[in-house]
Design a protein around this ligand. Structure first.
Ligand code: GDP
Ligand code: IMO
Ligand code: MG
Length: 423
């Protein structure tokens, strides 16, 4: 078997898109299994920057099959816009497949996401407002609309009618919003169905055969471990399982189908949206990470919150995802900082906390304890071999391996697919 699951080890935006694009060079299949257009994956190749939300980051290779799996929530408008902009750049879409069981993000999901956030006031989660939570809620409530329903006009009309009756009551009576017009949505989505029908298949069957015949399959994570509905900083999480276990359900494969689990982390930590962040920095170093690292969201453009690397988080990611190795991106962003820090553990009320707490109210009372390292000033963006990195950078990577309890197999020194060191 020749499969790798690539998973975010922090709060998302770890540079997964870049690493997937690198692995896709030798992949036969790239499979997205979770999340929706809340994801924003950046691929920089040949001087061009591609920003992908739903289409897997293997799309730039003409021979790679790219699958949007059953666990993804598909916004048809977004996926069609993405297809058009890729086609305009000369990218072929004939190897793109969308699973029939994938749920469809509807206009009322986006409306309710927006209204629910407003109603939460200071307790808002800071969602991407892409309708993700409401769509997954309908899936769990067994009233969701799937791709298979979308491409069946009679069934779609029925399901839309019953859903919209209920959703319009919620939008108007609960949130005081404006009702959504049935006919407008029906026409709009029938149009999407016509354009998407040819991509829709039972991808689980195709993937099963591919894995059995030893094809190279890469599972593309979206979001990150700390945004997982169960293991993350609940309720400040997304509504899916962006962890390796979630990829099985979301791609329709068994756990034995994954033999390598690569966790992607930055050399520091970022987070978009609300919720606790123990190593967050509100000082000159935080500004350095924001500005030098260009830490602005790919999907929403929001400034990302920045802080030191947190080994408590990395240990959680190693454990939950069964990581076999880590890729550390954006090592170049640390260049120029005199001293670097990694949180080794937390203290709370005089007690040592080694494991990420289940209760975020306890997490809020945790103070990180840091180990300090020397920085480096040399430009590392053109370094191609691990041995050519400055000693201080190698020392920092060795500390990550020791504190996370996991080897580092890749190091990112710039956004381009060539700016990557294999260790
Ligand atoms: P994703 O959601 O995990 O795919 O990550 P995003 O694309 O949202 O954010 C990561 C950002 O960091 C993107 O702008 C990437 O182009 C950029 N990036 C990825 N790896 C590196 C790296 O090693 N160095 C630098 N400087 N930028 C990187
Ligand atoms: P990628 O794949 C970073 C965050 C949102 C918010 C929370 C819930 O690019 O790493 P949602 O819209 O999912 O209901 O929002 O999750 N979030 C992300 N943060 N990267 C992402 O994806 C994210 N997807 C969702 O900011 O805090
Ligand atoms: Mg992103």
């Amino acid at each position: 078997m020749n499969t790798t699951a690539l998973v975010g080890a922090q709060w998302g935006d770890e540079g997964k898109g870049k690493v997937i694009d690198i692995l896709a060079q030798t992949a036969d299949y790239v499979v997205r299994a979770t999340g929706g257009s809340n994801a924003g994956h950046t691929v920089v190749s040949g001087g061009k920057t591609y920003k992908l939300h739903l289409i897997p980051s293997g799309i730039l290779y003409p021979d790679t099959v790219n699958i949007i799996g059953n666990g993804v929530v598909v916004d048809p408008k977004v996926v069609l816009e993405e297809m058009s902009s890729l086609e305009a750049l000369g990218v072929k879409l004939d190897k793109l497949l969308i699973d029939l069981r994938a749920h469809v993000v509807m206009p009322y999901h986006k409306e309710i996401d927006e209204l629910a956030e407003l109603a939460k006031g200071k307790n808002a989660i800071g969602t991407t407002k892409r309708g993700i939570g409401p769509c997954y809620a309908d899936k769990s409530d067994r009233i969701g609309i799937r791709m298979i329903d979308l491409i069946n006009p009679e069934l779609f009309a029925q399901k839309l009618k019953s859903n919209l009756e209920l959703k319009n009551k919620i939008i108007t009576a609960v949130y005081g919003g404006k009702p959504i017009d049935y006919k407008t949505v029906l026409d709009e989505y029938n149009g999407y169905a016509k354009r998407l029908e040819r991509f829709c298949v039972d991808t689980g069957v195709i993937l099963y055969d591919a894995i059995k015949s030893n094809k190279r399959v890469v599972f593309e994570g979206a979001q990150g471990t700390l945004l997982d509905l169960d293991s993350g900083t609940y309720p400040f999480v997304t509504s899916s399982h962006p962890i390796t276990g979630g990829f099985c359900a979301g791609a329709g494969v068994g756990p034995t189908a994954i033999n390598e689990c690569l966790g992607i982390a930055k050399s520091y930590t970022t987070r978009v949206g609300a919720g606790p962040f123990p190593t967050e920095l509100d000082d000159e170093v935080g500004k350095h990470l924001l500005n030098v690292g260009h830490e602005f969201g790919t999907t929403t453009g929001r400034a990302r919150r920045c802080g030191w690397l947190d080994a408590v988080i990395l240990r959680l990611a190693v454990r939950i995802n069964g990581l076999t190795s880590l890729a550390i991106n954006k090592l170049d962003t640390l260049t120029g900082l005199k001293k670097l820090k990694i949180a080794t553990h937390y203290v709370r009320g005089g007690e040592i906390v080694n494991d990420f707490p289940a209760d975020i109210t306890l997490l809020e009372g945790c103070t990180p304890v840091y180990e300090e390292f020397d920085g480096w000033t040399e430009d590392i963006t053109n370094v191609k071999e691990y041995d050519k990195l400055p000693d201080a950078a190698k020392n920092y990577i060795a500390a990550i391996e020791r504190l996370a309890g996991c080897k580092v197999s890749m190091i990112g020194v710039g956004p381009d697919r060539d700016q990557n060191i294999t260790k």
